[in-house]
Design a binder for this molecule. Structure first.
Ligand SMILES: Cc1cc2ncn([C@H]3O[C@H](COP(=O)(O)O)[C@@H](O)[C@H]3O)c2cc1C
Ligand SMILES: O=C(O)c1cccnc1
Length: 354
């Protein structure tokens, strides 16, 4: 499975520099001072580099919400019980979660994936791709085997391929998994060398005592697993989660199949960090939507080299911030398509000669 991943990763190419330059030239002909639309211009150029088209045509959009449970919940690291994971999956499927509402607002489809929920779930709209019923407790040993992590990555890559074949052009990452901020903080700490105190946050809203305990649990998990910092797959398997590994696959898949992928908050960014360590080129295909309120998120984005579009004090996950940013991405395409040029509008571009 590692061989087949390495084979797929060879498909990840740098962005199309000619298309980026052509988009830049087009932007500079539009009736505005050069660069004055800031990140809208950066995004338009990034989209051009990803798709190879000067003006990108965006069609169907999907937020891929990967759900998985975490054995480390046994240690009492979340403000909510693990049963909430399957309950929320049913909520996604009936359209009542925050991400459903924001996806409707954005005109995007919610693709809900059971990649590792610790419960038997069946629903016509559910993508059942269960690798196992939750991870093992990382405080007692590896959360996953390397094979399980690889399987989850492949599920993410294959899902993107399936959706691309079905006409999807823009992706967002989302997740559900009680306990997954613990796994994400552990990945952040190990992969960036941040001390655990700076990488850990309140997740669903734990108090100071629980926060201290969560920090100790992560420290102990890192100690007993002794992950190899230079082997992102080893770190992911030992300390990550099935939904995080699945999202790592989604991000790599977006890069392989040349589609933009908008990442959400802390957990999605932990998956993006792993993807960036597996394939540094994959980061060119990522758009960071927002800066979550979770401590450590800024550090995570900085480590990947991404700058978020929005700052909304959100700390929910599910893909909520990412689908919110869809309208900004579509706005950048609209600028490219609809703005008049200096020539067409008869607007002076250079200071008049007197
Ligand atoms: C009702 C509810 C809905 C959620 N939607 C996303 N999360 C978020 O909270 C969880 C991570 O926080 P922790 O690590 O503290 O458990 C993840 O499921 C994440 O998606 C939710 C959490 C709850 C309780
Ligand atoms: O930033 C996030 O994605 C986040 C933060 C806290 C809890 N759940 C998700």
């Amino acid at each position: 499975m590692l061989q087949s991943l390495n084979h797929l990763l060879k498909e990840i190419k740098p962005l199309d520099q000619e298309a980026i330059a052509a988009a830049g030239r087009h932007l500079d002909q539009l009736t505005k001072p050069p660069g004055s639309l800031g990140k809208l211009e950066d995004t338009a150029q990034q989209l051009a580099g990803i798709t190879g088209e000067t003006i990108t045509e965006l069609g169907k959009k999907a937020v891929i919400v990967m759900a998985g449970d975490h054995g480390v919940c046994e240690e009492g690291i979340s403000a909510f019980p693990a049963e909430v994971t399957p309950q929320m999956v049913l909520n996604f499927l009936s359209g009542g979660a925050a991400v459903n509402v924001l996806a409707r607002q954005a005109g995007a489809d919610v693709v809900c994936v059971d990649i590792g929920v610790n419960s038997d779930l069946e629903h016509p709209q559910l993508y059942s791709r269960k690798v196992r019923k939750g991870t093992r407790n990382m405080m007692r040993g590896p959360a996953m085997t390397e094979q399980e992590a690889l399987e989850a990555i492949h599920i993410g890559i294959n899902l993107v391929k399936e959706l691309v074949d079905d006409g999807y052009t823009l992706f967002a990452t989302g997740e559900m998994g009680i306990g997954n901020t613990t796994a994400s903080s552990a990945l952040l700490a190990v992969l960036t060398g941040t001390d655990v105190a700076g990488a850990v946050g309140r997740g669903t809203g734990i108090d100071n005592d629980m926060l201290r305990h969560k920090q100790e649990v992560i420290e102990r998990a890192i100690e007993i697993n002794n992950p190899d910092v230079n082997n992102p797959l080893d770190v992911l398997a030992k300390l990550g989660g099935l939904e995080i590994a699945g999202l790592t696959g989604v991000i790599l898949g977006a890069a392989i199949y040349r589609r933009p992928v908008v990442i959400d908050g802390f957990i999605s960014s932990a998956a993006a960090l792993v993807a960036s360590r597996i394939s540094p080129q994959s980061t060119s295909y990522i758009i960071a939507s927002h800066l979550s309120h979770e401590q450590g998120h800024a550090r995570l984005l900085e480590a990947i080299g991404l700058s978020p579009m929005l700052r909304m004090d959100m700390r929910l996950g599910e893909g909520t911030g990412a689908v919110l940013a869809f309208s900004l991405i579509e706005a950048s395409v609209r600028v490219m398509k609809e703005m008049a040029t200096f020539a067409s509008a008869g607007v002076s571009q250079a200071p008049s000669e007197q």
